[in-house]
Write a protein that binds this ligand. Structure first.
Ligand SMILES: [Zn+2]
Length: 128
């Protein structure tokens, strides 16, 4: 399978998924939330960053259905959604147990966690 890059800026996120938490980066200077994580706040430029644990609820802003090419270790099609989280940030995630015919814009989803191994737990999304 394809593993995500886990770097200094995103370590808190992956530590969160391993602990069953969906973490969003928050600027400690101005309070802006952001995803994906990065070293500096796009709003105020501050480097002082923390995080908060998201509710894990989101709605589908848009989606794609991946039918081709094959993905190692995956059964196709894969439904990938761009989600609006309750906290006001957007993130991309794999949607499970929702068929490519069923997925629709505005559908409420909730996060779940797919533990791959000791180092990696992926966030996945299910029908709310
Ligand atoms: Zn800021």
């Amino acid at each position: 399978m394809i593993r995500p890059m886990i770097g200094r800026d995103s370590a808190f996120f992956w530590e969160g998924t391993s602990a069953g938490e969906l973490r969003i980066q928050v600027c400690n200077a101005c309070g802006a939330k952001r995803f994906p994580p990065g070293p500096a706040c796009p709003d105020c430029g501050a480097l002082d960053r923390g995080f908060e644990v998201a509710s894990g609820k989101g709605t589908v802003f848009s989606y794609v259905v991946h039918r081709h090419p094959p993905v190692p270790g995956k059964e196709l099609p894969i439904v990938l959604a761009l989600l609006d989280l309750e906290e006001g940030v957007r993130m991309v995630g794999e949607v499970v147990d929702v068929s490519d015919e069923e997925i629709e814009i505005g559908m409420p989803l909730r996060v779940d966690f797919n533990r791959i191994d000791d180092e990696l737990t992926l966030p996945i999304w299910r029908k709310a």
